[in-house]
Design a protein around this ligand. Structure first.
Ligand code: NDP
Length: 349
């Protein structure tokens, strides 16, 4: 059995969802009430792979919202309690979605093995970052040529290059062969270490990289205040918005700049679930975050282990393995043309 731990993208959205689901107390409650609320197992689902294999899964809402990020103790408790509920519910492998994996890693929750009386078994959880990194690489390779960008000579900027997903993307793209890797993050030392381990790559400030790159992979949670100098971007430019929240489409809307939601996959058939309705997917019945899909893949493959864990441990071999499993079970990376919404139905009067 697989599990997904997620959360709403804002407090306002969480309250609206609560109203839709009939939780009127929550819909009326203030942030303090939400801080005290326990996680909820909201949905159970069956999923059938393109191979014909069927697995069972469950979605757990951690009842965390991004407005709680600065309340460290609350954020920490939300993630641990959701993990405890997943484990108590007998789920074999659960993906930590949205901010929950970042909270887990940044707040070093590995030290917190016990929640109440339950000893957490780390083998039952995965960040899903290996599949996310593989999907983002597929999105680069598939969509760049469609825009007339030659990958072999293109400059590719990775914003968040020293992170878990970013460093894996750099290693994969290096093996694939790109013109030049431009490495971007705030702290210099991790970038210097990455550059040394790759044996290539140029470290640049974000504005410098954007002025040169035909392809930009964003794998950092970026501040709302970030502004992009659209005039300086080369055309055409492919931007893969792999961070969370996905907010580049408004910042980078310009002729010749193509923004693709990164780390999103589409399943081969509709799943019949509600959980992606809140995640602003164009086709919520079959599109989902690649980190969620990783838990499904591990369950389809009966590989119940913390496949993606810790920081900067993702290997090319692991990416190849999860990538092959992804294709076998009927997932494919979201492409530019998938983002176009279906034509609106003609209004009848
Ligand atoms: P990490 O914390 O491991 O890495 C984050 C990277 O971004 C680091 O290199 C960090 O370096 C850099 N960074 C952070 N803030 C900035 C900034 N303001 N400007 C430039 N660089 C910055 O995170 P992960 O690799 O685990 O995740 C990366 C992103 O991907 C997150 O936003 C996460 O939510 C998202 N994600 C998306 C998924 C999906 O859509 N399917 C699934 C999983 C994760 P430094 O601190 O030195 O700046």
């Amino acid at each position: 059995m697989f599990g997904l731990i997620g959360h709403s993208t804002s407090f306002a959205e969480a309250r609206a969802n609560a109203r839709n689901l009939g939780y009127d107390d929550y819909a009326e409650g203030d942030l303090d009430m939400w801080c005290a609320a326990p996680p909820q197992l909201l949905e159970r689902v069956s999923v059938t792979s393109a191979t014909g294999k069927t697995i069972e899964g469950a979605y757990i809402d951690s009842v965390f919202v991004p407005e709680m990020l600065r309340r460290f103790k609350t954020a920490k408790r939300k993630v641990l309690k959701a993990m405890e509920l997943a484990q108590k519910s007998g789920i074999d492998i659960t993906a930590l979605g949205g901010f929950t994996s970042i909270i887990f890693e940044d707040m070093n929750l590995l030290r917190e093995e016990r929640v109440s009386a339950v000893a957490l078994d780390w083998e039952r959880f995965t960040t899903g970052n290996t599949h996310t990194a593989w999907v983002i690489c597929q999105q680069v390779v598939t969509n760049a040529p469609r825009l007339g960008i030659d990958l072999a000579s293109a400059k590719v900027a990775v914003v968040g290059a020293s992170g878990d997903i970013g460093s894996a993307v750099c290693r994969w793209l290096q093996r694939q062969g790109v013109g030049e890797l431009l490495l971007v993050a705030r702290r210099p030392q991790p970038l210097i270490d990455l550059q040394a381990s790759l044996g290539e790559g140029r470290i640049l400030a974000i504005d410098e990289a954007l002025a040169e790159a035909q392809i930009v992979v964003w794998v950092a949670s970026l501040p709302q205040s970030l502004e992009i100098d659209l005039a300086s971007l080369p055309r055409p430019c492919l931007m893969i918005d792999g961070g969370y929240p996905k907010n580049l489409d408004t910042k980078a809307a310009a002729e010749g700049v193509h923004v693709l939601k990164g780390g999103i996959v589409e399943f081969w058939q509709d799943i019949g679930w509600q959980m992606m309705e809140v995640a602003e997917m164009a086709k919520p019945q079959r599109q989902m975050f690649a980190c969620f899909a990783e838990a499904m893949l591990l369950d389809f493959e009966q590989r119940h282990t913390n496949f993606s864990w810790g920081r900067n441990n993702i290997t090319l071999e692991a990416m190849d393995w999860i990538g092959a499993a992804s294709l076998r079970h009927g997932f494919r990376a979201l492409a530019l043309e998938d983002q176009q919404s279906p034509a609106p139905a003609l209004a009848t009067v």
